[in-house]
Design a binder for this molecule. Structure first.
Ligand code: SF4
Length: 396
């Protein structure tokens, strides 16, 4: 056992926008003078700066971004699609990533050394990615070695993780997955692990559990949760030995809040409603839903549904509101009134985008995201493994 309970928490909370830890997803200071949010000329300034930059800049917008930001995105998508979109534009020297920190890191890993990836607000982290710090994960691996199961364990790491965790995955023969291809990734990893083999699934316990039980037909009691704040993850050697899925104790602070009660209430209040949720939701919510899928799948499912279909959607609110506006022929509502926007995604706003673009026009690169070359190399190994999964392109 390498962890000590007396040690201070390795993840002290930082107030968003304060602090200077660039090695995690946590908030850091914005180094510039932002335009005032009340400036009525912001839209025009963003348009003018983007026009002045022309092909020099490529703006990526994640589906969970605000409308005011999406309006200036050259492409929209989920994290993996956007990283691939960035890699497909080697002619653009500047990639402005309107998303969160781990996404910008992945884009930096997948783009050339000549390109610079920029995150308009460095405080745009991801609480889920922050739930797995590299030192914790390395300690956990030491625990698996001590328990005698590491040589039969393959790490599978969700895209929503720091570059350091992706590199750990590459070093240990594992793969990255997305919410779209988790089933294929898990099938591959269990095959690699062999008889009595295991997967260490990082950092989202819900995606790992839902994929294993729902998609692969595994048993719930084949899953254990590894708590990095407890000695040996709070597990006995026998529990680790018996488990097939060792799930990291992490979750999305948005999707993890959707409840079974909200699904039941929607079914009571809206006759013939269809419930569609993201696989980062808790297992009982996913089990109660009609459809489960990544953001790309949610969009395509609703787009393909007949007019008049009633949907209750369990994913980030910006996307659900945009879907409701885009598909007025459908009745689309948000699953849970008490769940709010992803606060870190919402850090990227028009003032930050204007500041980023106008700085580029003035010849200044602000907030570049540069992954350490050794980390990038091993993270790339794990990302390439994902791309090489059998029969796998980026399904949605
Ligand atoms: S929605 Fe969840 S997983 Fe996505 S960036 Fe926000 S906290 Fe992270």
């Amino acid at each position: 056992m390498t962890q000590s309970d007396s040690r201070p928490s390795p993840l002290p909370l930082l107030v968003l926008g304060r602090g200077t830890d660039l090695h995690t997803e946590r908030g850091v200071e914005c180094p510039g003078d932002l335009p005032a949010p009340s400036d009525p000329g912001l839209v025009e300034r963003a348009r003018a700066a983007k026009a002045a930059l022309g092909d020099q800049v490529f703006v990526l917008g994640h589906h969970y971004q605000r409308d005011e930001v999406i309006e200036f995105a050259d492409v929209t998508g989920d994290s993996f699609k956007l990283a691939k979109d960035a890699a497909a534009r080697p002619d653009a020297p500047y990639i402005v990533f309107c998303g969160v920190h781990f996404m910008a890191e992945s884009a930096d890993i997948l783009t050339s050394d000549e390109q610079t990836v920029i995150l308009p607000d460095l405080a745009a982290g991801c609480s889920m990615a922050d739930m797995a710090a590299i030192r914790q994960v390395e300690d956990a691996w030491d625990d698996l070695v001590e328990a005698g199961v590491a040589d039969r364990t393959i790490p599978v790491t969700y895209m929503n993780s720091s570059a350091a965790i992706k590199a750990f995955t590459g070093r240990h023969g594992g793969t990255i997955c997305t919410s779209s291809n988790a089933r294929t990734a898990l099938t591959w990893a269990l095959d690699q692990a062999g008889e009595g083999g295991k997967v260490l699934f990082l950092p989202d316990q819900h995606l790992g559990r839902n994929t294993y039980v729902r998609d692969l037909g595994g048993e719930l009691d084949g899953c254990v949760v590894f708590d990095p704040h407890k000695p040996m993850g709070g597990l006995t050697r026998q529990e680790l030995e018996d488990a097939t899925m060792i799930l990291w104790r992490g979750h999305c602070s948005v999707h993890g809040r959707f409840s079974l009660a909200a699904v039941e209430q929607a079914r009571r209040e809206i006759p013939d409603v269809k419930v569609i949720v993201h696989p980062e939701c808790q297992h009982e919510v996913v089990e109660a839903a009609d459809e489960v899928g990544s953001t790309e799948k949610i969009i395509k499912t609703i787009a393909a549904a007949p007019a008049g279909t009633k949907w209750v959607v369990g994913t980030e609110l910006n996307l659900v509101r945009r879907l409701a506006a885009q598909f007025p022929e459908q009745q689309i509502s948000f699953l849970e009134k008490n769940v709010c926007y992803c606060s870190t995604m919402n850090r990227i706003d028009l003032p930050h985008l204007v500041w980023t673009l106008e700085s580029l026009v003035a010849g200044r690169v602000v907030n570049p995201i540069r992954v350490d070359p050794d980390v990038a190399h091993h993270a790339r190994v794990a990302l390439d493994q994902m791309l090489a999964l059998p029969g796998e392109t980026h399904r949605d």
